[in-house]
Design a binder for this molecule. Structure first.
Ligand code: ATP
Ligand code: MG
Length: 216
């Protein structure tokens, strides 16, 4: 099983939106069983899941301190992916959690404050040799700040080639427990999520690669 944690210190960067949309996309692409864990006391992901009619992705409730053991149990149960949504807290608070990740997704909006916050998250992940990828969020057509942001972030680490555009469907679909792909199966958001999930899978390092990085 691969554990994918969505984290950034910045509030409102799109962590929950990505957790929901990417986990659903993984199921749609036949990569299930996919599980979700909400570690944010705000409980936004849990609220979305409670409204949801579809049976997948499944959500499990675990106390923060028991997540490591819980992940082992999910793997034994045959889970292929587990997505963990996190609170917008300082990196040190979630460090023990981040160490469990096969990949951390860091959503970043093209704005100076998001970039500064991403730089802090990067320092932490880099120091701990935790694999990560930046995902550009809420991008607008022809905005030069997106290209500038990508150029800056690329100095720290990989930026997923698929950008997530600013689309009302992403927010609107969640009001009744769905996702944008489920509102419009062949729409632009669906195409974006299909491409992004492929990008993310390609970023998950193999066990051998992780050992190599950890050993310097
Ligand atoms: N690509 C997008 N297009 C339009 N709206 C978006 C997009 N991404 C996120 N949003 C909206 O932005 C708001 C913040 O997103 P979200 O709740 O996912 O952020 P978050 O990082 O989980 O926030 P928090 O740090 O408070 O947990 C939500 O209303 C969400 O629907
Ligand atoms: Mg959230």
């Amino acid at each position: 099983m691969q554990t994918i944690i969505i984290n950034s210190q910045k509030g409102g960067s799109g962590k929950t939106m990505l957790s929901v949309h990417i986990s659903t996309q993984a199921e749609r692409d036949g990569d299930g069983p996919v599980y979700l864990i909400d570690t944010d006391p705000q409980g936004t992901l849990t609220q979305w899941h409670n409204l949801r009619e579809a049976e997948t992705p499944q959500r499990v409730e675990l106390p923060f301190a028991a997540i490591g053991q819980g992940l082992t149990k999910l793997e034994e149960r045959g889970a292929r992916y587990c997505f963990v949504d996190t609170a917008p807290s300082r990196g040190e608070d979630v460090l023990s959690l981040l160490r469990l990740a096969d990949l951390v997704i860091v959503p970043v909006q093209p704005s100076p404050s998001d970039i500064w916050s991403a730089a802090a998250t990067f320092q932490l992940l880099k120091a701990e040799h935790i694999p990560f990828v930046f995902v550009m969020m809420r991008t607008k057509v022809n905005a030069s700040i997106t290209a500038q942001s990508v150029a800056l972030l690329s100095k720290f680490g990989e930026v997923a080639p698929t950008f997530v555009a600013d689309r009302t469907a992403y927010a609107a679909s969640m009001t009744d427990g769905r996702t944008a792909q489920e509102l419009l199966a062949k729409g632009p958001a669906a195409q974006e999520m299909t491409a992004l999930w492929k990008n993310i899978k390609a970023c998950i390092p193999t066990q051998a690669k992780r050992k190599e990085v950890a050993n310097g």
